[in-house]
Design a protein around this ligand. Sequence first.
Ligand SMILES: Nc1ncnc2c1ncn2[C@@H]1O[C@H](COP(=O)(O)OP(=O)(O)OP(=O)(O)O)[C@@H](O)[C@H]1O
Length: 321
Amino acid sequence: MSVRDLTKIFPGRGGGHKAVDAVSFELEPGGALGIVGESGSGKTTIARMLIGLESATAGSMSVLGRDRSRPARGAAERRARARELQIVFQDPYTSLDPSQSARAAVDEVLRHHAAGAARAARADASTRSRSRSGPDPRSAPTKATGPTSGSDPAIDTRPDADSNTRPVTSPSTNADPRDARARQTRLEELLDQVGLTERQSHARPRDLSGGQRQRVAIARALAADPAVLILDEAVSALDVSIQAQILNLLVDIRARTGIAYILISHDLAVVRQLCDSALVLRSGRVIEQGSCADILDNPAEDYTRALRAAVPVPGWRPPQH
Ligand SMILES: Nc1ncnc2c1ncn2[C@@H]1O[C@H](COP(=O)(O)OP(=O)(O)OP(=O)(O)O)[C@@H](O)[C@H]1O
């Protein structure tokens, strides 16, 4: 992912409020970048622009070499983008359907992507057969371009741009039993990968703990098979031992799948555990950027030192007065 001069000005008096000011970064495939900063420094606004929930005032971004500076047009593009970028928020409770078991919530995403792939394959085949039977093969397109119709009820597992609601289930058009078996295998794989037990996989969100709900949200995000997962304070609300479990899980998933992370956190200890590189935000501007070790061990800025000092680390004792 490549982000250049990303800027967000929220409208308001006196020219508005510049919440994000010319932020640039690169994220390599399989990399992990931490975005840190105090409350109100612009971290979530960056995440919201990356996933298209907020439009950027200026700047550009691309993922896997494709320009993603503009909102997606049509269902096929939304689905393609969902495979590039997914997000997990602090509290998945609001984004999980209260009536859906963990298993059903993950399967919904798998079903949607399988149905989309089947539609794309059918459209591809029909384009090719049309071009074969066309009057002059030389005038036919040499390469099938895939579906262009926007009639798909595409599920983007990311929150909806307008309502921030969970996705709507689309009826599966994928009737091939081999596909159903493959989906089932993938479902079990994902539930296993995030460490949900059989019993938990049948539970509704209200019957799961915060850590278990976060596992469901991670499994749902992974079901779209994204290249990049954004974790926006994804472990902040969990108590320390559960937080450690989820962080270990994330380290493990990255090692196994090669997925890249953008970790947004005010907690430098969490960033240190998961990330290779980091950037430090203050009032929307990047004030330090580089390898995690450099920034966290040898901060150049007092602000970063203050952020570091604000984080209790193992062995930390409250100052004695
Ligand atoms: N929709 C909005 N309209 C106007 N101002 C906004 C809006 N959303 C965010 N802001 C402002 O933009 C700035 C950055 O907010 P943002 O939520 O990105 O910060 P943050 O670093 O994620 O903070 P926190 O860690 O507290 O979540 C803040 O000053 C906030 O008040």
